[in-house]
Design a protein around this ligand. Structure first.
Ligand code: ADP
Length: 399
């Protein structure tokens, strides 16, 4: 409002001119509100002008770039806040997209006062008159954490690879060791056995009963050790040769395995029941023979006194596997041993009760595993056991 005194015809008048400025006031109020909001922002906000110079920036923007006061940046251009490499990248990748699409959002590497760099998330909006509004957030900590996790993962993977290689080498050493030790033990054992037998034969008469008993023990023990060595060698040999997968008609194979046990069958009066519809499986003939020989043999060995062994074989065809079951009516196995018996040297009986070496089922498990299959048992003590052999229908590669 403005007032002025003017004279007209000797009279004095007071001229008052007033304008309605409510609109302008409101606009100013809104602008002030926006400014307060921008200064309260945790993200850096800035506007660059016609010549890429900063015309406005909030306190957070200055802080993010390491300046105490926004005034210190006013007049600088955005190029003062990035290093040469990043400026080139922004010119080549960011600005063309910003001009084209009016917006750009992504990550960049900013330069703080003093020259250190930091990762930032950057959002740019193109305005009229070549003005650009930018919002910037320091994401260095997040990036470093992600990078650290990535590096740790990489290191972990590398360590797993190295450890696996070490384990494989150690495993290989152990296999060769077991093989050569068992192999080398054979000769001295044969000597012990041979000489013990010579003494028993030639000088048996001059030995008293006690000495004869001990010599008998030496012969029995060395026979057992010989069996142990043979089984150990067999165990280490399983899988030494490449697994040769071929179609094997199980019906013929099992009939042959049962026929091979004819001595024990005759001795026990055992009865085998093999179904007619046994499948043709994909497996290694030698390994399959090994698996079923050991299972059939055990079914005859672990029989109940006075009970004629009955061995019933069944097969089940699933979408991806054949399951062959071998059931006996023998002594059964307590539940706590259902897994353990597949480990090497695990036996539940003394030599006197049931002779054996505790290697047979370990061979069964190893052989089935080499063919991509698995084995398990269900059993009730005093009633019998059923061993299951699962073999994949499609040849699966197993190392
Ligand atoms: P071994 O027969 O030489 O002892 P195995 O590895 O073949 O070695 O068997 C391990 C143990 O599992 C046996 O000592 C026996 O206790 C138990 N076992 C295996 N098969 C049967 C079976 N069919 N019935 C009862 N027990 C069995």
């Amino acid at each position: 409002m403005s007032s002025e005194v003017i004279e007209m015809g000797g009279e004095k008048y007071l001229l008052t001119i007033s304008k309605d400025i409510t609109d302008r006031k409101q606009t100013e109020e809104t602008l002030r509100m926006y400014l307060v909001a921008m200064n309260a922002s945790i993200d850096g906000l800035a506007i660059t002008g016609q010549d890429e110079e900063y015309v406005y920036l909030n306190a957070a923007h200055a802080q993010i770039y390491g300046y105490d006061d926004p005034e210190e940046i006013i007049g600088k251009t955005w190029r003062d806040l990035y290093d040469a490499e990043e400026i080139t990248r922004i010119e080549q990748e960011v600005l063309p997209r910003l001009r084209e699409e009016g917006r750009w959002r992504g990550e960049a590497i900013g330069k703080r006062r003093g020259g250190s760099t930091f990762y930032q998330e950057l959002s740019l909006t193109q305005m009229a008159g070549n003005r650009i509004v930018s919002a910037v957030r320091d994401i260095t900590e997040r990036k470093l954490a992600v990078e650290k996790i990535r590096r740790l993962n990489e290191e972990l993977e590398q360590r797993v690879i190295e450890r696996t290689a070490q384990l494989e080498a150690a495993n290989q050493d152990l296999k060769s060791f077991a093989y050569s030790v068992s192999h080398d033990l054979r000769a001295p054992l044969r000597a012990i056995n041979g000489f013990a037998q010579i003494i028993a034969r030639r000088h048996g008469d001059s030995l008293n009963e006690e000495a004869q008993h001990y010599f008998g023990n030496i012969v029995t023990a060395s026979a057992h050790m010989s069996q142990l060595i043979d089984d150990l060698l067999l165990y280490s040999r399983v899988g030494r040769q490449a697994v040769r997968r071929q179609p094997v008609p199980l019906g013929a194979l099992l009939a042959q395995v049962a026929a091979n046990l004819s001595d024990r069958v005759a001795e026990t009066g055992a009865h085998f029941s093999l179904p007619d519809d046994l499948p043709i499986v994909s497996g290694d003939h030698t390994l399959l023979t090994q698996v079923f020989t050991n299972l059939f043999d055990n079914a005859l060995v672990y029989r109940r006194p006075g009970v004629v062994p009955r061995v019933v074989v069944k097969s089940q065809t699933k979408t991806d596997a054949f399951i062959i079951s071998i059931s006996d009516n023998g002594i059964g196995i307590p539940p706590e041993f259902h897994e353990k018996i597949f480990s090497i040297f695990q036996r539940l009986h003394s030599q006197e009760e049931y002779p054996g070496t505790g290697i047979g089922l370990a061979i069964v498990k190893k052989a089935a595993g080499l063919m991509g299959g698995q084995v398990w048992v269900e059993s009730v003590v005093g009633q019998g056991s059923t061993f299951y052999v699962e073999l994949p229908r499609e040849a699966r590669e197993v190392k």
